[in-house]
Design a protein around this ligand. Structure first.
Ligand code: NIG
Length: 382
């Protein structure tokens, strides 16, 4: 069935040829975009949705979340707001709660957060394992994630479980654990950071992934400068995420690579770190994505709009750069060409704002502006 979305006041396509259109229309045919152009030239369709001058843009592509979890870390957050530093040690608290939870509880919690994200305009979402940290718990996390989200990442190398020898744990991750999850995931990630996995251990994880034909991404340079960015670039990771502490050499390496710098401003704020240097990256020519890093410890939000507003108001990204980073940038961080754009052939995944332009995302921060989404051709009003 063809649907005409008509009377779009401002259409962000992310397509360099089409650019941003005014008084535009889109035709969706089933799960794909079939036509984009001026309203006056729109072809007939089976159904017509009049958006009355509102702004339309691709649905958010949230390329970094950790949503297979149980439990709550409000106390840790309160302690942090009173001056305690974030150390990532709280991951172990979520691991204990996740291991103790039933499959049904984990799946329901994941679905609840994905629905929360959908209502805020996210139409493509990645999530990670990483709160299981045993073969059985990582496999069930991957299985539950694969039933619910678009992209699944294995993050067995999130933290060495307390009381475990680090080298033996890396052996387990690179062998039995990876073999057990490999049919359920597309990506393998490693938290390369002091207190998590060092460069040599992280490199072993990336090599073990590549040996099994899996693509890689890296958590790096979150809590201080470190080898994560260079390691990610050397291994052609699709993305290195956090990038809060970057040297000039890190910025140059990213700028001359296909590795996306995925910035997580909600996490930087919630952990009281400086905001990642978006301007330096963009000015050097690196590709930047924005994502929520939704998780119960360091960044408990599913709001991509909040990340976009922060990027504009505090990281000196333009509205255009921030919207691109949260849509096409996220798609690039997931090496996807079917989402993050509105052009013929793309997936019919988009959002309608209750605003005349995307500028309102930063001009009206904190206001829930997503009025409707189209998810694989199916539209929902909020
Ligand atoms: O991306 N950096 C490591 N992992 C998560 C934190 C998870 C947690 O604190 O539970 C992150 O910030």
């Amino acid at each position: 069935m063809a649907i005409l979305i008509d009377r779009i006041g401002e259409l962000t396509t992310n397509d360099p040829e089409a650019g941003r259109l005014r008084d535009a229309a889109i035709v969706l045919d089933g799960t794909r975009v079939a036509w984009v152009g001026p309203s006056r030239d729109a072809p007939a369709a089976d159904e017509r949705l009049d958006v009355e001058g509102r702004a339309v843009l691709p649905g958010w592509v949230d390329s970094h979340t950790h949503l297979v979890f149980a439990g709550d870390r409000t106390a840790e957050f309160e302690a942090r707001m009173s001056g305690n530093p974030y150390t990532a040690g709280g991951i172990a608290v979520t691991v204990a709660a996740t291991r103790a939870a039933s499959d049904e509880h984990l799946a329901a919690n994941l679905r609840k957060h994905v629905e929360e994200a959908r209502r805020q305009g996210t139409t493509c979402l990645e999530t990670k394992t990483g709160y299981g940290l045993s073969v059985v718990d990582e496999v069930r996390s991957a299985r539950i994630a694969a039933e619910v989200v678009d992209e699944v990442t294995f993050l067995g190398a999130h933290l060495v479980p307390p009381g475990t020898d680090a080298e033996s744990y890396v052996d387990l991750v690179c062998g039995e654990m990876l073999d057990a999850v490999k049919g359920l995931v597309r990506w393998v990630d490693v938290f390369c950071e002091e207190g998590a996995f060092d460069e040599a251990q992280s490199e072993r994880v990336l090599l073990a992934a590549a040996e099994r034909g899996l693509s890689v991404r890296v958590h790096g340079n979150q809590l201080g400068p470190g080898p994560g960015v260079q390691l990610a670039v050397r291994h052609d990771a699709a993305s290195v995420d956090h990038c809060t502490y970057l040297t000039d050499a890190d910025v140059d390496a990213l700028a001359s690579s296909d590795t996306v710098a995925t910035l997580l401003p909600a996490c930087d704020l919630s952990t009281r770190q400086p905001l990642a240097p978006a301007r330096r990256l963009l000015d050097a020519g690196a590709t930047v994505a924005l994502a929520t890093n939704a998780n119960p410890g360091s960044s408990y939000t599913t709001s991509m709009a909040f990340c976009v507003a922060t990027a504009v108001l505090q990281m000196r990204m333009s509205v255009e750069e921030a919207v691109w980073a949260a849509t096409a940038g996220g798609a690039r961080a997931l090496r996807r060409t079917d989402v993050g754009f509105i052009r013929p052939g793309a997936r019919a995944c988009l959002q309608v704002l209750d605003a005349p332009s995307v500028t309102h995302l930063a001009y009206r921060p904190g206001v829930p502006l997503t009025r409707a989404i189209v998810l694989n051709g199916v539209h929902r009003m909020f």
